[in-house]
Design a protein around this ligand. Structure first.
Ligand code: DLL
Length: 440
């Protein structure tokens, strides 16, 4: 049931709202959101403490008067202390994957699910999806928001879904060959695995129909996009979201690739310095803080995402006037501080992928043999680079070491590995292994 007639790259006319109208809508919705949040004991107490009522907000800029919400706040109110509607209104629960401890639960009313489908439909259409397409969804279906979020978005566009789910690469290849999907949905690291598996199985690329890929849920670099687009022969779009805010559908790219457009009629985004909590100047990296202003079951105010990115404003050639975000540079909790220098794993990825001969499979190992932190980058070489000659291998190692030094300002030990040595991932890749025993 398309909401509106199909226009190229636009699913709903709200995506083309002029800037002033976006701000006006955000203002009204923010006030309504504050009213709805008053049903949540956590916010009730914070509003009292900060002297907040809907009427005390006079413009969107006043959002800075509101309290920040953190992952710890959600955890303290586990599982559903942030529910703003009676429990019987909830029709779905999802949650974050949470590497440590309990997941963070996200609840949805029927209205939230409807909104979510449209938000996903918007970035899918923006990335080129059409009703006549078939899409293989290789995200996990479960508590994770990726599988279901994208699934419903694809159906909303009117395209056909193959809910392949994560993993079982052999079956994924079979479906790619037999069902001839036009588009693929998964993490960039899993797309890389599939590209490798296609090659290894000797499947001719021209026997597949793939044209598009919608990739997200983990940080990746422009270099990785180039590698994926070349090997899978697809147009790969980036999309971003998080379960605390709704799931996928918070922002996504248009074909102009000038950043991911925030769906600002439903979210307000800020970019702050994670230490001072003050806004950073436009275009500077900072932590994204997102308010989900139209959700019913679990509206959230000023959620600290821990994701570091840059924000840009100004009209895009696609017609949208929404704020755009850069790729996620890293998470503030993933930032490595090595000998006083801040490094994100994505900087290392960028460096590696500039070197011919290095495969896009790597692992970053942090060690503290004595008092100083040391970083070892374990990287696979492509089969063509494998050589019995020590000098050839040393040459590759030196080139990588130099690139890493240039991109990060740090000397790191480079360990070359034969192809297919490192673990492959079906969902979000885990690149950093921290072996420092800091507590000792
Ligand atoms: O990963 C939602 C999602 C699913 C987004 C499918 C896109 C596609 P969570 O499991 O809650 O939700 O993890 C959210 O993943 O805070 C970011 O650190 C990271 N992330 C999500 N999208 C991107 C992206 C989903 N495009 C966390 N680039 C977020 C970089 C991303 N990181």
């Amino acid at each position: 049931m398309p909401q509106e007639p199909f226009r190229p790259y636009i699913w709903q006319s709200a995506e083309l709202l002029p800037r002033e109208e976006i701000r006006a809508l955000q203002f009204v919705r923010l006030r309504e959101c504050i009213r709805r949040c008053s049903a949540v004991p956590f916010y009730q107490q914070k509003f009292k403490e900060y002297g907040i009522t809907p009427e005390s907000i006079h413009s969107v800029d006043d959002i800075v008067k509101l309290p920040l919400t953190t992952k710890a706040d959600l955890r303290d109110n586990y599982p559903i202390g942030f529910l703003a509607v009676p429990r019987e209104k909830v029709v779905r629960y999802h949650g974050s994957t949470g590497t440590t401890g309990k997941p963070t639960i996200a609840a949805y009313t029927q209205g939230d699910l409807d909104l979510w489908s449209n938000l996903c439909a918007r970035f899918l259409v923006s990335g080129g999806l059409k009703a006549e397409h078939t899409v293989q969804v290789s995200f996990g279906y479960g508590l994770f928001t990726g599988g279901f979020g994208l699934h419903y978005g694809i159906e909303r566009v009117g395209a056909a879904v193959i809910p392949a789910a994560a993993g079982n690469t052999r079956r994924q290849l079979l479906l790619l060959q037999d069902m001839q999907p036009d588009a693929l949905v998964c993490t960039p690291s899993y797309a890389l695995n599939l590209a490798e598996a296609v090659k290894e199985a000797g499947i001719e690329r021209k026997s597949l129909a793939l044209k598009l890929a919608f990739l997200g849920s983990e940080p990746w670099t422009e270099q990785m996009r180039e590698t994926l687009e070349a090997s899978l022969e697809i147009f790969g779009s980036n999309n971003y979201g998080l379960s605390e805010v709704i799931g996928p559908g918070v922002s996504g790219e248009c074909p102009e690739r000038t950043g991911m457009h925030f769906q600002e009629d439903h979210f307000i985004v800020e970019c702050i310095n994670p230490e001072t909590l003050k806004p950073v100047p436009e275009g500077e990296p900072g932590e994204l803080v997102i308010s989900s202003i139209t959700r019913e079951a679990m509206p959230i105010l000023r959620y600290r995402t821990r994701d570091i990115a840059r924000l840009y404003s100004g009209k895009c050639a696609c017609g949208r006037e929404t704020v755009r975000m850069s790729r996620v540079i890293g998470r503030s909790d993933d930032m490595l501080i090595v000998r006083g220098v801040n490094v994100f794993p994505s900087q290392i990825e960028e460096a590696l992928l500039t070197i011919e001969g290095a495969a896009p499979h790597y692992q970053i190992v942090l060690e503290r043999p004595k008092t100083m932190d040391e970083v070892r980058v374990r990287v696979e070489v492509v089969p063509e680079t494998m050589s019995d000659k020590m000098t050839d291998m040393l040459h590759v190692q030196k080139k990588i070491s130099h690139a890493v030094q240039q991109y990060t300002g740090l000397n790191m030990t480079i360990e070359l590995l034969p192809p297919m040595t490192l673990e492959r991932f079906e969902g979000k890749a885990k690149r950093v292994v921290d072996k420092r025993n800091i507590l000792e």
